[in-house]
Design a protein around this ligand. Structure first.
Ligand SMILES: [Zn+2]
Length: 255
């Protein structure tokens, strides 16, 4: 059967930086990919003419364009104010709602654990949203009496998660060869003009350097890496669909 991926991110360009090549591969393999962007992206500028509502509108257009490049089927917006996200039960409920609605076989989340990692400060939105995403898998996404109001919306618990992919900022042990999709990753990133500008040559150099560094220890030209969970709390053996994640597997025409 065809399979579903849901990736929950904080900001409109997070997916492309962390996992653009991987998600393009999933789409190529026939996955139905949804990206949930939790914030409105309205704060990502130093330009006072652009910040706020205008930037929010620009970022919707940029994100839709990038999604089309990667083969993402649907972008779901939660509309939290950019750079002001706190961990609340409302946030966990909203992510539980998305989890129940899109019923992912594969879920992508941002790693909430580091605050400082080498030179990298993990954005507070990443930490709050990453944590709430993981928590939704083991609480409100899968259990009827946690947020029972979701039942009234017609959203049953989803207990068919098979893999949980956690991205960055550190390298993870799960390595994806993005040699075939790195150009689309770069094209998708360049859709986010308000964030990355329009210098294709510089973007290509940066992204290829990063991807080469990730791939080199594994003998790959270009890679993205993750931590992947396949068992434990949040996974329910016997309630999962039979899904073939094998790279290159063609979509089942009967699905
Ligand atoms: Zn971000």
């Amino acid at each position: 059967m065809s399979w579903r991926a849901l990736i929950v991110t904080a900001h409109p360009d997070d997916l492309e930086f962390a996992a653009g090549g991987t998600v393009a591969r999933w789409a190529d393999q026939g996955a139905e990919v949804t990206v949930c962007v939790a914030t409105d992206g309205s704060s990502g500028t130093q330009d006072r003419e652009l910040m706020g509502k205008r930037l929010q509108q620009v970022r919707v257009q940029e994100t839709e364009a990038a999604a089309a490049v990667l083969g993402v089927a649907h972008v779901e917006w939660l509309g939290y104010k950019d750079a002001a996200v706190e961990y609340t039960m409302d946030l966990r409920r909203d992510l539980s709602r998305v989890f129940r609605k899109f019923r992912p076989h594969r879920l992508g989340a941002m790693d909430p654990t580091p605050i400082v990692d080498g030179w990298f400060i993990n954005h507070p939105d990443h930490r709050a949203i990453g944590q709430a995403t993981l928590d939704a898998c083991v609480t409100g996404g899968t259990t009827p009496n946690i947020f029972p109001e979701l039942l009234e919306e017609g959203l049953e618990p989803w207990r068919g998660l098979i893999e949980l992919w956690i991205a960055g900022p550190q390298q993870g042990p799960e390595v994806v060869d993005i040699g075939d999709t790195i150009d689309r990753k770069i094209d998708a990133l360049l859709c986010h003009k308000s964030q990355v500008g329009e210098d294709r040559e510089q973007m290509t150099t940066w992204i290829k350097e990063w991807a080469a560094r990730a791939g080199e220890p594994h003998g790959l030209g270009f890679a993205e890496t993750f931590r992947v969970l396949r068992a434990g709390p949040g996974f329910h053996a016997g309630e999962q669909d039979e899904v073939d994640f094998t790279p290159g597997a063609p979509p089942d025409p009967r699905a």
